[in-house]
Design a protein around this ligand. Structure first.
Ligand code: IMP
Length: 192
């Protein structure tokens, strides 16, 4: 069975294909559909943006599809940057810019609890399903590690002493927000 993943992010495709290895599902990327338009993420929720991306591809290609959206939710910032995680420091900024702004905004904060939350929106046979993955952890005061991307160098998951950027990728993928949401998707699809 073919299922489109509404992304062109190589890392996400690799991770999703790995998670769905033991199913009969063949993941198709947007590149393979020759779709290179930017889908505007206009919702103010993670759930909403995942749905916008899945709906867009489903409407255009009439195909089964899933899309994901992720946010980093920091407790002392009342859930920010949340749905604005990719543009926390402004439009078209680097991962480093976002990290710098977050560390600045959290200067002196005693409560450093945070979580990554991923929503996957699946459209299968025109029915809609949502899967959520969460990893709890904390934001440390300075960046550590060279791996991963985004906020990985300042996020230490619960039960670990290293950041996501220091942990091996397979360890990160097995405990991460996206990994958990993909596990739920894989389990669901394996029963269909
Ligand atoms: P997206 O919805 O997956 O594109 O994620 C939005 C933003 O959240 C990204 O631009 C990153 O800044 C951040 N983010 C998402 N997933 C991760 C992760 O696994 N580690 C660190 N940052 C992430």
């Amino acid at each position: 069975m073919q299922l489109v993943f509404a992304t062109n992010n190589r890392h996400k495709l690799f991770e999703a294909r790995n998670k769905l290895l033991n199913t009969n599902i063949d993941i198709i990327s947007l590149n393979e559909l020759n779709f290179d338009e930017e889908i505007e993420e206009t919702s103010d929720t993670i759930e909403g943006n995942a749905k916008i991306k899945a709906d867009c591809i489903n409407n255009r290609f009439s195909c089964d599809v899933f899309a994901d959206d992720t946010g980093l939710e920091v407790e002392c910032l009342h859930g920010a940057p949340g749905v604005y995680s990719s543009r926390y420091a402004g439009e078209h900024v680097s991962y480093e810019d976002n990290v710098t702004k977050l560390l600045y905004d959290m200067q002196g904060a005693a409560n450093r609890k945070a979580r990554f939350r991923t929503c996957i929106h699946l459209i299968l046979n025109n029915q809609h399903f949502v899967f959520e993955g969460i990893v709890n952890g904390k934001i440390i005061a300075e960046a550590h590690g060279k791996g991963g991307f985004g906020y990985d160098p300042i996020f230490v998951p619960e039960g670990f002493s290293q950041t996501f950027a220091e942990l091996p990728l397979d360890v990160k993928n097995s405990i991460s927000h996206r990994g958990k949401a993909l596990d739920l998707l894989a389990t669901f699809l394996s029963t269909r």
